[in-house]
Design a protein around this ligand. Structure first.
Ligand code: ADQ
Length: 512
C-alpha cells in the first residue's frame, strides 16, 4: 500500500476516534483483504460528532473501520417528510460514509418508541419500564426496511456486512428479502435477557426469528450467549444447539461471545499526556489534597446512579473521617430526554445529590460535584488518572467501556481501583476489580471505603492483573476475532438450509 494511502487511513481513524493517535498500532491484519467491510449502525457520526460525542458504539465503530476498504452506512440524524433520496456519500481516505435521512413519521416510534422505549429496558431486565405498542413495532420494521432499501444498491458481491445493535435486529431479514446473499454478522452491544424476561415482549417470536437471518451473532458475554441459546431451545421445537451453532427456523447460524475492548495502548498514552495538562492540574489543585472518586456515565437508568449515590451517602455516614478527605465527581450527560424514565431518574438523582451535599457539605467543601455535560476523552482520561477510585455500578450493562478506560488510564506505580458491578459484562472479565452487587447499598459503601484505604501493594497487584486482561484483549482483537469468525463461516459452514427469505411484512404479520 502506498505510504500516503496508509497516511490517509491513519488520518481517517484518527478523526473517527476523535483523538490524536500517536500510538496507533500497525494496521490490523487485512482480514479477507479482497473484501470490503460494510458496517451498519443506526447513526453514522461525522468526524466532528465523533469528537464531541464519543459514545461506546462510536468508539467501537472507529476501531471496526480500521480496515482496508470500508463503507459505513446509517442515518444522518436528519428527518424528512417525503421519502428520502439516495444516500449522501462522502469519502475520507478508504472510508466511505453513506448517510440516509429517515422519515419523520416513523422515526420517533422506531427510536424513542420501540428501540429505546421497549427493547432497551427489556434487554436490561427492566420489564416494568417497557412501554410496548404494536404501532411502534411496525414503525421499527418500516425503518429497518428503509435501511435495506437504501443499502442494497450500494452492496458489492464480495462485501462482508456487519450490523450493529438492537435498533437493527430485523435488518438481515429485510436484506435477505431483497436477495442479499453475502455474509451478514450482527453484534449486540447491550445484554441479552433471559427467556423469562424476553417472552414478556408480545413480539418476541418475530424478533427472534429475525436473528436467524444472520450468519454470526456476537454477544458481549457468555451469559448473553447462553440466554439467547436457552430461548431457542425452550421456545422452538425445531431448534438444536451445539458448539456455537444453532439450527432453527430452517436455518443454521453461529453464535459467539466477543467482549468488546478499548484501544488499551492508545488510551494509556493519552492519559499519560493528559496528566500534565492545565485542565487536570486545575482539578487537582481544587482538591487540596483530598482523594477523588469518579463516575462517568450517560445519564441512563440502567447505569445505577441512584443506588451508587445511596452508597456514597452511606460511606460518608459510616466514615466521618473521610468526609473532609474525599470528593466524588460524577459526570453524567443527559441522553434520550424524550423518554419519560430518563427524565424521572434525572430528577431523582438531582434530589439525592442535593441531599448528600446538604447533609455532609461545609462552606468550603461540597462532597459531590455533579456535572451534566460531555467532556472530550483527553480531559476525561486526565481526570481518570487523578482518581483514587472509580464507581461503575450499572444494574445491567452489555460491557461498560468506562471501567476499561479508567483502568488503562492509571499510573501503574500508584493506581486507583474500580468498584465494578457484577452485572456489567466487564464484571465477568475483570475479577481483580472490587466486584459489587449494585442492588446492595451496604456492600457498595464498604467496597468504596476499601478502595480508598487499600494498601499500595494490593492496588498494584490488582491493577497489573486487570491491565493484562485489557492488553491481551483490546478493541483490535475484538474486531479481528469477530471478522475472522464471520469470514470463516464461509469456509466451515454448509450453506444455510434453503428457505425463501421472508419480507419484513411477513415478520410484521407474525408479530401482531
Ligand atoms: P454505552 O451505554 O454508551 O455503550 P459505555 O460502554 O460505558 O456505555 O461507553 C461510554 C463511552 O462514552 C465511553 O467511551 C466513555 O468514555 C464515553 N463517555 C461517557 N460519558 C462521557 C462524557 N460525559 N463525556 C465524554 N465521553 C463520555 C453501549 C453499551 C455498553 C457497551 C458499549 C460498547 O451500553 O455496555 O460497553 O455500547 O459496546
Amino acid at each position: 500500500m502506498a505510504a500516503n494511502a496508509k497516511g490517509r487511513i491513519r488520518k481517517a481513524v484518527e478523526m473517527i476516534l476523535g483523538g490524536d493517535l500517536h500510538d496507533l498500532p500497525p494496521p490490523a491484519p487485512q482480514i479477507g483483504s479482497n473484501r470490503r467491510l460494510v458496517i451498519v449502525s443506526n447513526r453514522v457520526n461525522t468526524p466532528a460528532q465523533m469528537k464531541s460525542n464519543p459514545g461506546g458504539l462510536a468508539v467501537a465503530m472507529g476501531a471496526a473501520l480500521h480496515h482496508r476498504d470500508a463503507l459505513w452506512f446509517g442515518s444522518s440524524g436528519e428527518l424528512v417528510d417525503a421519502p428520502a433520496d439516495a444516500p449522501r456519500i462522502s469519502q475520507e481516505g478508504n472510508l466511505v460514509r453513506a448517510l440516509i435521512d429517515l422519515p419523520r413519521e416513523d422515526y420517533n416510534r422506531y427510536y424513542a418508541g420501540f428501540a429505546n422505549g421497549a427493547l432497551w429496558p427489556l434487554f436490561h431486565y427492566r420489564v416494568g419500564v417497557v412501554d410496548f405498542s404494536h404501532e411502534n413495532y411496525q414503525a421499527y420494521l418500516r425503518i429497518n426496511e428503509e435501511f435495506a432499501r437504501h443499502l442494497v444498491p450500494l452492496l458489492q458481491p464480495e462485501d462482508i456486512i456487519w450490523i450493529h445493535d438492537y435498533q437493527l435486529i430485523p435488518l438481515a431479514s429485510c436484506l435477505r428479502a431483497r436477495g442479499v446473499t453475502q455474509r451478514i454478522g450482527f453484534f449486540l452491544h447491550i445484554p441479552f435477557p433471559a427467556p423469562e424476561v424476553l417472552t414478556t415482549l408480545p413480539v418476541h417470536g418475530a424478533l427472534m426469528r429475525a436473528f436467524a437471518d444472520y450468519d454470526l451473532i456476537g454477544f458481549q458475554s457468555a451469559s448473553d450467549q447462553t440466554a439467547f441459546t436457552d430461548y431457542m431451545l425452550r421456545e422452538r421445537d425445531d431448534a438444536t444447539a451445539s458448539n456455537g451453532w444453532i439450527e432453527a427456523y430452517g436455518r443454521r447460524f453461529q453464535v459467539g461471545t466477543f467482549p468488546i475492548g478499548i484501544d488499551t495502548a492508545v488510551v494509556a498514552g493519552r492519559a499519560r499526556r493528559a496528566a500534565g495538562t492545565a485542565r487536570t492540574r486545575e482539578l487537582k489543585d481544587s482538591l487540596s489534597g483530598r482523594k477523588l472518586v469518579i463516575g462517568v456515565d450517560r445519564l441512563d437508568y440502567t447505569k445505577g446512579l441512584v443506588g451508587r449515590f445511596k452508597a456514597v451517602e452511606r460511606m460518608f455516614e459510616e466514615h466521618a473521617e473521610l468526609r473532609r478527605g474525599v470528593v466524588v465527581l460524577q459526570i453524567a450527560p443527559p441522553t434520550r430526554g424524550d423518554v419519560a424514565e430518563y427524565r424521572r431518574v434525572r430528577s431523582e438523582l438531582n434530589g439525592l445529590i442535593g441531599h448528600i451535599n446538604g447533609r455532609f457539605g461545609e462552606p468550603d467543601l461540597l462532597p459531590v460535584r455533579y456535572l451534566n455535560r460531555q467532556y472530550s476523552q483527553d480531559i476525561l482520561f486526565g481526570y481518570f488518572r487523578l482518581s483514587a477510585a472509580c464507581l461503575v455500578t450499572p444494574l445491567r450493562d452489555g460491557m461498560n467501556l468506562v471501567v476499561k478506560e479508567y483502568i488503562a488510564c492509571q499510573d501503574p506505580d500508584d493506581p486507583g481501583i474500580p468498584i465494578l458491578s457484577r452485572f456489567a459484562g466487564a464484571g465477568q472479565q475483570l475479577d481483580a476489580a472490587l466486584i459489587v452487587n449494585p442492588f446492595d447499598t451496604a456492600e457498595m459503601a464498604t467496597a468504596l471505603h476499601r478502595a480508598l484505604t487499600m494498601p499500595l501493594a494490593e492496588r498494584r497487584e490488582r491493577h497489573k492483573s486487570m491491565i493484562d486482561v485489557l492488553r491481551g484483549y483490546d478493541i483490535h482483537r475484538w474486531r479481528d476475532l469477530f471478522l475472522t469468525e464471520l469470514i470463516c463461516v464461509d469456509d466451515q459452514a454448509e450453506l444455510p438450509l434453503a428457505e425463501p427469505p421472508r419480507a419484513a411484512a411477513a415478520l410484521a404479520e407474525a408479530g401482531t
